[in-house]
Design a protein around this ligand. Structure first.
Ligand code: TMP
Length: 213
């Protein structure tokens, strides 16, 4: 019998922390065990949200913080209704490259928008959907820059170091406030070690995920 689990796991961290790589390896592993897995990214993940992503990340656009916040939340609301909820209802494990913690960290701690407003609008956009577990892949700004050396920066990545210091601080504060949900992973380690750390947390919290089909 297939092992149907309702599980929604998000991955957070600054650029170059290795989220996409870890999601890919974890997804392949969970699928090999017989789980149905959907991987998505935020903003993006379906046609409409990918279109909003283009607007948000184009360095040609000048976007004020509130407009930026509302665009991220529109992309999120659409992605949840069109893609995430149906996948969870159909027994998929959903692995998301970013979710609402990014809004708290980037628009809240980074841009300085009132955190209560952000919490309220996150609740509206998500209709109460929360990740069962969130991995915060923690790297410092130097490591992030080194790993992203050869890529052209998008509009948000063009922000200065103090912005990213605040973003990292924001993620740490969320992890302190919600230690059961948000797990801090040292992502300066190599890919395999980070993957193994993620697996051992998952095995501890959700042993059923490893049941063979
Ligand atoms: P990515 O580069 O990890 O795909 O993410 C796109 C950028 O959008 C990244 O710089 C983080 C930023 N972002 C926010 O500022 N707020 C959000 O709510 C989300 C989901 C992403």
């Amino acid at each position: 019998m297939l092992n149907f689990l309702l599980m929604f796991i998000s991955f957070e961290g600054i650029d170059g922390c290795g989220k996409s790589t870890q999601i890919k390896i974890l997804s392949e592993y969970l699928i090999s065990l017989g789980n149905k897995v959907l991987t998505i990214r935020e903003p993006g993940g379906n046609d409409l949200s990918e279109a909003i992503r283009k607007i948000l990340l184009s360095s040609k656009n000048v976007i004020d913080p509130i407009t930026e916040l509302l665009l991220f939340e529109s992309a999120r609301a659409n992605l949840i209704q069109e893609t995430i909820r149906p996948a969870l209802d159909n027994g998929f494990i959903v692995l998301s490259d970013r979710f609402y913690d990014s809004t708290i960290a980037y628009q809240g701690y980074g841009r300085g928008i009132n955190l209560d407003y952000i919490t309220q609008i996150n609740t509206i956009a998500t209709n109460g959907l929360k990740p069962d577990l969130t991995f915060f892949l923690d790297v410092d700004i130097q490591t992030s820059k080194k790993r992203s050396n050869y890529r052209i920066s998008d509009r948000i990545e063009l922000s200065d170091d103090s912005f990213f210091e605040n973003v990292i601080k924001g993620f740490h504060i969320i992890a302190v406030n919600e230690p059961e949900r948000m797990i801090v992973i040292n992502a300066k380690n190599d890919i395999k070690k980070t993957h193994n750390n993620i697996l051992s947390i998952l095995a501890d919290k959700f042993p059923n995920i490893f049941l063979l089909s």
